[in-house]
Design a protein around this ligand. Sequence first.
Ligand SMILES: Cc1ncc(COP(=O)(O)O)c(C=O)c1O
Length: 428
Amino acid sequence: MNTVEVQELVERRERLLGPGNPLFYDDPVHLVRGEGVWLHGDDGTRYLDCYNNVPCVGHCHPRVVEALCAQAGTLNTHTRYLHENILDYAEQLLDKFDDSLDRVALACTGSEANDLAMRIARVNTEGEGFICTNATYHGNTTAVGQLNSIFEPIGGYGKHIRMVSWPDSYRAKDGLDGVALANAYAAEVQQAIESLEHDGVKLAGMLVCPIFANEGLPDIPPAYMEKAVSLVREAGGIYIADEVQAGFGRTGNWWGYEQSGVVPDVVTLGKPMGGGHPISGVVARGELLDGYRRSEMYFNTFGGNPVSCAVAAAVIDVIDDEGLVENAERVGAYVLEGLRELQSRNELIGDVRGSGLFFGIDLVEDRETKKPAADAARRIVNDMRHNGILMSKIGEHDNVLKLRPPLCFSEENADQLISTLDDVMAAA
Ligand SMILES: Cc1ncc(COP(=O)(O)O)c(C=O)c1O
């Protein structure tokens, strides 16, 4: 597609959908087809997808497509009739969790899942207060928007919200490290609890991504999660782990929370759950979901319909049958090694972080001062796009290159990624 046609699409989009609809890249990409780790532009360009976690088993996986078509051709209804698919899927999904997490409610988006998790916390604790981090995003409902530190909600933040620093080991609080650093960040959680109490707000819970993905994917200081979660529980709150990005094998474990070993009270799921089909969920300790269900009628027209459940079941089958969690761990370690080698030759790379197939490359103007290099990050993301690799950036300072490919990413794909990144950085 030539530039004029792209411009026409952008203008038409703006005219029909309104301004401000975010688009990736200075030169937006027009995609027409996907398969595995590959995305195809309408001008014939083939892109290596190093960004998309939603099609976690690969774009248009035949087994997922077949499951969708078969069920869509048989029956799809809203969720107030009996159907085995939701029960079969619930068993299959819950089997992947710690035994204490034995109930599930299904919805359609990550935002809905977090909204429902907040309701569950409110009802069970009779509290209103929530703790989140100061550089995150959890979704777009009015309640969840209160937890979004990167976009201020309309009308501002309520007095029931407290934000704590995310546990950054690279630009570490007060230059601390190790246990002292974990204690310093955990102390902020305690201060948040006390500040809510001071304002007469009872704590409902803490809602965080267990790997702090949107914050910039930090190396979490040792035992930080244990300390923070204990403080929340001692104060009567519950720990909600937002696994919308971290879940379904991304980190080389099924769930991001497994890294810290702290089992959440409630887990929220989304993005990769349906491999591209909109399905999300809340997995919780039985007494919490039951307590909520007894108090409020929650109904979601599409959440858990027979087609969504058939698709989501196929996603889990493929992850299991193709060994994608193990692949994430193995190929992820290979990518990390390549990125660290690149770092040893490139002053712009201040820090390389990640686990499984999820990486953050923290770009700095100066390795001593660690001044974030946001302009360089933007330039590299755009240059990579012009060199056939799709990726993005994240983080409090918008300077962390974000790599999060489908879980079927191979060592050969990794070689292409690293060598292209090497060339693009050398040319910058
Ligand atoms: C950590 C996290 N939670 C929740 C959401 C919201 O999910 P959705 O866009 O499906 O509503 C996002 C979206 O980017 C996210 O990154």
